[in-house]
Design a protein around this ligand. Structure first.
Ligand SMILES: Nc1nc2c(c(=O)[nH]1)N[C@H]1C(S)=C(S)[C@@H](COP(=O)(O)OP(=O)(O)OC[C@H]3O[C@@H](n4cnc5c(N)ncnc54)[C@H](O)[C@@H]3O)O[C@H]1N2
Ligand code: MOO
Length: 392
């Protein structure tokens, strides 16, 4: 059995980012850029007013000006002002030829078609957005490896970009095993439990922007499970098996993985919950065998699957590790790292009740996992612990 740290290290070593793809800009949000993006145009593409008002020559600021025309946003025609002339202008409209400043309409006095300026702060270029002032044609707009935030998507659209090269989100298959499982909504017969792992995992994946999710079910027998894993490997980058990874007579995951040509990287980690965790690889496809208990599934997801998912898409890990002060005494046997469902606030971590791995009620309220290291037995209130903050 390996340690939590060894397991994390092995996953890191075996996970390779997916090959970049081209996506339409509107489909690329929250993806990581795989190539630098350069501007193809000067933006703004013309000198533009940033206010509703009057376009003038700055040297005319003391004289009464004659109103000779109008420039509205979107106009396809330009006009020219001469000395002693002004043009009405609106926000976003091109400056008329000859103008070098815009006076806000609140700062003029108009009599018929004569304008007098009352603006002591007027200067050359005031209220003018210069051509290319956002970005010049040929300049670097966004660097490779940047995450495309909503603002980045808007910026790229604003400079005329329609397609980007990004690391794709992985295609994920969730395989559910267990003859005892019943779909929520149907009656529970004796011995049955509601299937919840595909729900929690799908929700966690969607939170990361992963929507290409296929849920497959397999009966607890080697032949069926092997076929289902083979079919999942046809079109997935990441396969998440649930249950059947322990030592019971109906636990076929490791055998089926082997039959599918999946190389086992590790099986069993010194941790609670999730001790029987399996990790394997076929080509560059990753396969996790998540121990079936609902809380083990999620604990392993945040500790191992989510960091791998991020690496596949060349993104930063979103599970942040911080130091915290434990609020209560806690005792555990040595030998396994424990991950406790907890609440983290103001630098302090409080373990919640209901830590058993078949239960999710405490996980549903947790915002962190408190890590209690393998070799330590006694944890005193006020002592320092490591905490994994769950993505919110
Ligand atoms: N003799 C031993 N028994 C067990 C050991 C062990 O070391 N020796 N390890 C225990 C630990 S720790 C865990 S965790 C579980 C893991 O077992 P499996 O991965 O084989 O999972 P299952 O036996 O199939 O299921 C465990 C548990 O979770 C429920 N389950 C499974 N899938 C779902 C689902 N999709 N939705 C909701 N609940 C699910 C299942 O009904 C079981 O109650 O093994 C221990 N045993
Ligand atoms: O580790 Mo298992 O995940 O205790 O239930």
């Amino acid at each position: 059995m390996i340690s939590v740290e060894q397991a994390k290290k092995l996953i890191k070593e075996h996970t390779i980012a997916l090959a970049p793809v081209k996506l339409k800009l509107q489909d690329a949000s929250e993806h990581t850029l795989a190539a630098d993006i350069y501007a193809n145009f000067d933006i703004p593409a013309f000198r533009q007013s940033s206010m509703d008002g009057y376009a003038i020559m700055f040297d005319d600021k003391e004289v009464e000006l004659e109103l000779i025309g109008e420039m509205a946003a979107g106009t396809g025609h330009s006009i020219t002002i001469q000395k002693g002339q002004t043009s009405r202008i609106f926000t976003g409209a091109p400056l008329p030829e000859g103008a070098d400043a815009v006076v806000m309409q609140e700062k003029i006095i108009q009599t018929d078609n004569k304008i007098t300026i009352r603006d002591e702060k007027l200067s050359v270029g005031l209220n003018v957005r210069e051509k290319g002032s956002e970005i010049k044609s040929g300049a670097l707009a966004i660097e490779k490896d940047a995450l495309l935030s909503p603002a980045a998507i808007g910026f790229l659209a604003g400079i005329g970009v329609t397609e980007v090269e990004v690391y794709p989100m992985p295609r994920v298959s969730i395989i559910i095993t267990g003859n005892e499982l019943q779909q929520p909504g149907l009656a529970l017969n004796f011995g049955q439990v509601y299937e919840s792992n595909s729900y929690s995992l799908s929700a966690a994946l969607k939170k990361e922007g992963v929507y290409n999710i296929e849920i497959l079910t397999a009966e607890d027998n080697l032949e069926t499970l092997t076929k289902v894993i083979e079919s999942a490997l046809q079109n997935s980058d990441l396969v998440l098996l649930n249950g059947g990874v322990s030592v019971g007579d109906y636990d076929f995951v490791t055998k089926a993985a082997n039959a599918c040509g999946i190389e086992q990287i590790f099986h069993k980690v010194k941790q609670k919950p999730g001790k029987p965790l399996f990790f394997g690889k076929k080509n560059n496809q990753l396969v996790f065998g998540l121990p079936g208990n609902p809380s083990s599934v999620l604990s392993c997801y945040y500790n191992y699957v989510l960091p791998a998912l991020k690496m596949l898409s060349n993104k930063e890990n979103s599970v942040v590790e911080v130091n915290a002060e434990l609020t209560h005494n806690y005792k555990k046997p040595t030998g396994l790292t424990h991950f406790l469902k907890g609440q983290f606030a103001n630098g302090k971590a409080t373990p919640l009740n209901a830590q058993e791995s078949y239960r999710l009620s405490s996980f549903a309220q947790a915002n962190c996992l408190i890590c209690l290291n393998e070799e330590q037995e006694i944890f005193n209130a006020g002592g320092a612990v490591k905490v994994l903050l769950l993505p919110n």
